[in-house]
Structure formats: structure tokens, C-alpha cells
Write a protein that binds this ligand. Structure first.
Ligand code: PMP
Length: 393
């Protein structure tokens, strides 16, 4: 059996529409197929490869750590240099109140940790999240997810959850002194790139302060430069109480974190109430890769080019069948009439050398989230291919 047959017969499937591309190698913004195909990657593993694939400085950091040790002990017992250095580098990118980092393996795990922390710190049980939010697939993360279709089959889920409309100041009235936390994506990703006003975030911060509710921002997709700032909340002049991140954090390696203030995080170490334990969280190799990723983003000034690159995409993607483009930096959604209109366009784009897809809760929009390293020429080439694919479809 070839790999495609093995994939279909032995790997559990997650979708009726797997892209089914077989990649041999990836480098920078390119992916290379098993039969000599060359693709421009406009997905970045959904915001993972912000620094491009196989960045040499990240490979070097991984190699250096491989020569020392892989795994020694569960998280939080031994002093492991990559974890300690990473925690410092992360907090250096953040306002001083976000000074304590808990390292995990993935986005969902970061969300789980943040929810537990909020319950424990506030001694409250109610959580508010947003309609059309995606926070992950584990039970807690699913419970706060904002799409009924995905939740229905798994009920009962966590009790005490309420979904409110993302971006609606009026709906913030649901936050009260019983609310442990409100969790939301700073920019909604899987909803198809939905952006809220600054005034909304200001009102949200105020309401949380008035009610003693913790504000958790999920920047798993929006963090690490993707929106044109290192952290997306920097656009809105507010600071969350807990920040969750993953994806782009590891430069292609699995790692995530929830980050808060030392005084908040301290509740986790109070025995005998078990806090949060992870065997692999902040794996030394991933932590070394993550530290290198932060350095690359800052030293190569990758964030400075984001807005101009997004504008270039928007100026080139003009076609009667494109209904509009929503974006925050290089987190972009190109709107079409329907999934039936979009799917053949994506198929043609892939056949012609551009990889893109759609969103979990928005299947009539094309995802554009390339590595932040993409050049203007590569953007032009990708847009030419997309426009041609629209005409072909
Ligand atoms: N939150 C957001 C905003 C996400 O986009 C994702 C992943 N798409 C997650 C959480 C879950 O992350 P993971 O798949 O690493 O568990």
C-alpha cells in the first residue's frame, strides 16, 4: 500500500475533506510534494509556522538541545534551562503583570489550565465564552466552544458555561460577581477572522475589573506576530489576566502556555489541592525551539512587514467572485458565496501550487495565513494562482 492508502485505512480521519497532499519536505514558505510538486504554503499549519518552515536558527537550537537531553522529569520539578530561559523571553514580550508562565504541550491544554486557574483563584464556577469561539477539542475547551453543532454529541459538558456574542458591548452585562472568567479569542480565528472594536475590549476590561472576573485571552492563533503586533491584545490597549498561547510559539514544535501573574498562579502550588500536572509540558526540545522562535521574530523584525503584506494581498485579490476580505494582519479570510463555490477554487489553487483551506465554522471563506516571512514576489505569485483558480473553477 502507498502512503495515501495507509493514511486512509489506518489513520483515524477527522474530516470528510482531507486535503490529501503528501509532502516530502518544507522550507521557508514552500512545501515540496512527493512527486516534485512545489507549493506556496498559505496556511502555515493554521498559524504555526509564522517564521517559515525549518528556520535554520530553530533547527540549530533543536540540535543543540538534542545533544544535551530530551526529557528528564515531569514539568516543574527540575531546573531545565530551555524552560527557564523561555519563560523569561516570553514575559519580556509582555506587560509586567503577565510575569508567570506555565508551559504545556498544546493549545487545548493551555486553555484547560487557564480555566482551572480561574476557578481556583476566584473560587467561582461560572465561565463566559463567545459564540463561534474555538478553544480546542478537549472536554473543557469544547465546553466553552461557541458552536452548538460540535458540542451536541458530547453533552453533558462542563456546567455553568454561557456563550455571549463576540464584540457586543451590550452582552457584557452577563458578566457578574459569580463569573470566574470570560475567555475569548482576541481575534476569532475559526469563525472566519472576526475582529472586535477597541471600545469593546475597553468595556470588557472595565466590566471584568468591576466584577472581579478574570479576563482570559486566547491568542493561540493570533499570537506571535500574526496580527501585526507580537500579541494581538496590544492593538486594543488592554491587558488580560491570563493569556493562552501555543501554535506559532514553537516554530513548528509542540508547545503551549498559559501566562498570568505570580500571585494568581500561586494558587496552583497550594497543597493538598492538586493544581495542574503535566509530564511533557514545556518539553526541553520544544522549549529550545520556542526560545529560538521568539528571537527570530524579534531579530528579523518579522512583525514590521505584516500590515504591508496584508495590504498587498488585499490589493491583488480583486475579482467579481470575491465578496470581501476580513483580516487582522496576516490572519485573513477571503469571502466567497458558499462552500460549493469555494471548494473547487481551493482544489484548483492546490493543483496549481498554492495551499489554502477554509475555516471550521466558516466554510465559505478561504484562509490566508502564510509564514510572516513571505516575500512580496511570493505574495504576487500566490495571488496570481488564486485568481487563475477562481477563473478555472
Ligand atoms: N484556540 C484557538 C484560537 C485555536 O485556533 C486552536 C487550534 N485551532 C486551539 C485553541 C486549540 O489548539 P490545539 O489544537 O493545539 O489544542
Amino acid at each position: 500500500m502507498n502512503n495515501r492508502q495507509l493514511f486512509l485505512s489506518h489513520l483515524a480521519q477527522t474530516t470528510d475533506f482531507p486535503l490529501l497532499i503528501e509532502i516530502e519536505k518544507a522550507e521557508g514558505v514552500y512545501m515540496y510534494g512527493a512527486n516534485g510538486e512545489k507549493y506556496i504554503d498559505l496556511i502555515s499549519g493554521i498559524g504555526v509556522s509564522n517564521v517559515g518552515h525549518r528556520h535554520p536558527k530553530i533547527l540549530a537550537a533543536i540540535q543543540e538541545q538534542l545533544d544535551k537531553y530530551l526529557h528528564l522529569m515531569v514539568y516543574g520539578e527540575y531546573v531545565q534551562s530551555p524552560q527557564a530561559q523561555l519563560a523569561k523571553a516570553l514575559t519580556d514580550t509582555l506587560p509586567s503583570s503577565l510575569n508567570n508562565v506555565y508551559l504545556v504541550n498544546s493549545g487545548s491544554e493551555a486553555v484547560e489550565g487557564a480555566l482551572k486557574l480561574a476557578k481556583r483563584y476566584t473560587n467561582r464556577r461560572e465561565i463566559i465564552s463567545c459564540v463561534n469561539a474555538y478553544h480546542g477539542s478537549s472536554h473543557g475547551a469544547l465546553s466553552i466552544g461557541g458552536n452548538e453543532i460540535f458540542k451536541r454529541a458530547y453533552r453533558p459538558l462542563l456546567p455553568g458555561i454561557r456563550n455571549i456574542e463576540f464584540g457586543s458591548i451590550a452582552e457584557l452585562s452577563h458578566i457578574n460577581t459569580q463569573t470566574a472568567a470570560i475567555i475569548l479569542e482576541t481575534v476569532q480565528g475559526e469563525a472566519g477572522i472576526r475582529v472586535a472594536e477597541s471600545a469593546y475590549f475597553q468595556a470588557l476590561r472595565k466590566k471584568c475589573d468591576e466584577t472581579g472576573t478574570l479576563l482570559i485571552l486566547d491568542e493561540i492563533q493570533a499570537g506571535f506576530g500574526r496580527t501585526g503586533k507580537f500579541w494581538a491584545f496590544e492593538h486594543y490597549g488592554i491587558v488580560p489576566d491570563i493569556l493562552v498561547c501555543a501554535k506559532g510559539m514553537g516554530g513548528g514544535m509542540p508547545i503551549g502556555a498559559f501566562i498570568s501573574n505570580q500571585a494568581v498562579m500561586a494558587v496552583f502550588k497550594n497543597n493538598p489541592l492538586l493544581g495542574h500536572i503535566t509530564t511533557f509540558g514545556g518539553h526541553p526540545v520544544s522549549a529550545a525551539a520556542s526560545l529560538a522562535t521568539i528571537k527570530v521574530i524579534l531579530e528579523e523584525r518579522l512583525i514590521e512587514g505584516v500590515d504591508k503584506k496584508a495590504e498587498l494581498f488585499k490589493s491583488l485579490l480583486i475579482h467579481p467572485r470575491i465578496k470581501g476580505i476580513r483580516n487582522k494582519g496576516l490572519m485573513m479570510a477571503v469571502e466567497f458565496d458558499s462552500f460549493d463555490a469555494l471548494k473547487p477554487i481551493i482544489d484548483h489553487a492546490i493543483a496549481n501550487g498554492v495551499i489554502t483551506d477554509w475555516f471550521l465554522f466558516c466554510d465559505d471563506a478561504m484562509r490566508i495565513a502564510p509564514p510572516l516571512t513571505i516575500s512580496n514576489d511570493q505574495i504576487k505569485e500566490a495571488c496570481d494562482i488564486i485568481l487563475h483558480a477562481i477563473d478555472q473553477a
